[in-house]
Ligand binder design. Structure first.
Ligand code: SAM
Length: 314
């Protein structure tokens, strides 16, 4: 290439003659240029190569991102499926529980142990007490629904035009569909008197058992304003057997700041005790389940354990 340039420069038309130094300069210049060329192309190659790498990297990151998103979506889909399954199972088990409860209550209505709430004395209650009685009927029914062996529940002398009826419908969801017997008749006309045991806190006889062939009567009363012996008097009028819960036999007074002790319970509490006794045949368990601590009584067995413990501590 040097020779060719030399020839072209030195023999072209003879118009201008370049001397050796000039040629050398030019060549030097060209050499630099020639030397520079591979470096620039290497740079370009490197640039295009790094562009490729960046592009590939971006593609790879995009694919990774898509994969990540898909995995997340799949996870969420599975979670949703699981949740739907749980909800379905829950709804199914709720339906099953409802069906089983209904069956039990219907069986109880056909052949269960009978319990009656005597609503003949509601004229002695204030409006506030009537509302409380409606609430207690709801709780009583709720406990019966949960029981494995429900009672056949009767509400006797219950008039549809009464305030209690209105309150039951207003306060108790589904009251009109309760699986119980509601009647305007008196328990006295419904059951043979020898089968009936009227439960009253004023009876001298303590209840020993809950017998399957008896009918237990609870007085539909609320003691906001304490009126003593109403249910006792009512049972006596009819010459009916009476019984109280065996609180004196299994419990003792618990010391408390107000020195308050009461053996008078709400109808739903008495009912809870009867249900538990029927299941366990154990009065300590039954009374412990139904008597709130606020009544100022404790199990005698627990009191003697307390005494033994404090003696041991001494
Ligand atoms: C709030 S009490 C009414 C107390 C009311 N002063 C009375 O004359 O009986 C409501 C009903 O629950 C029942 N009851 C409450 N405590 C009782 C107990 N210790 N033993 C037996 N029955 C009880 C009775 O049937 C009673 O009529």
């Amino acid at each position: 290439m040097e020779e060719a340039l030399h020839e072209r420069c030195c023999h072209s038309d003879g118009a201008s003659k370049l001397n050796d130094a000039a040629v050398a300069d030019l060549l030097e210049f060209l050499r630099i240029d020639v030397e520079l060329e591979p470096a620039a192309s290497a740079d370009r190659e490197q640039t295009s190569c790094s562009k490729n790498v960046t592009r590939k990297q971006r593609n790879w990151e995009r694919r990774l991102e898509v994969k990540r998103r898909k995995r997340k979506e799949e996870k969420q889909r599975k979670k949703l499926n699981r949740l739907n399954k749980d909800v379905n199972e829950l709804q199914l088990s709720k339906r099953v529980i409802k069906a089983v409860t209904k069956e039990r209550l219907e069986e109880a209505r056909a052949a269960g142990l009978r319990l009656c709430v005597d609503l003949s004395m509601t004229d002695r209650l204030t409006d506030k007490e009537i509302s409380r009685l409606a609430g207690q009927i709801r709780r009583l029914y709720g406990s019966n629904k949960k029981s494995l062996q429900p009672f056949h529940v009767f509400l006797t002398e219950f008039r549809e035009d009464s305030l209690l009826y209105k309150e039951c419908v207003r306060m108790n969801d589904g009251f009109l569909n309760y699986l119980i017997d509601v009647t305007e008749e008196s328990w006295f006309h419904l059951f043979p008197s020898e089968d009936v045991i009227y439960l009253t806190p004023d009876a001298s006889e303590a209840l020993e058992y809950v017998e399957e062939d008896k009918v237990y009567i609870l007085g539909g009363l609320v003691d906001e304003t304490i009126q003593k012996k109403i249910s006792f008097t009512r049972a006596k009028e009819f010459g009916i057997r009476m019984a109280r819960l065996p609180i004196d036999e299994y419990m003792v007074k618990k010391p408390n700041p107000k020195n308050f002790h009461s053996k008078i319970l709400a109808i739903n509490q008495v009912f809870e005790i009867l249900l538990t006794f029927r299941d366990t045949k154990d009065w300590t368990k039954a009374l412990a389940a139904g008597i709130p601590p606020g009544k100022g009584y404790m199990l005698a067995s627990a009191a003697s354990t307390d005494v033994t413990n404090s003696q041991e501590e001494l």
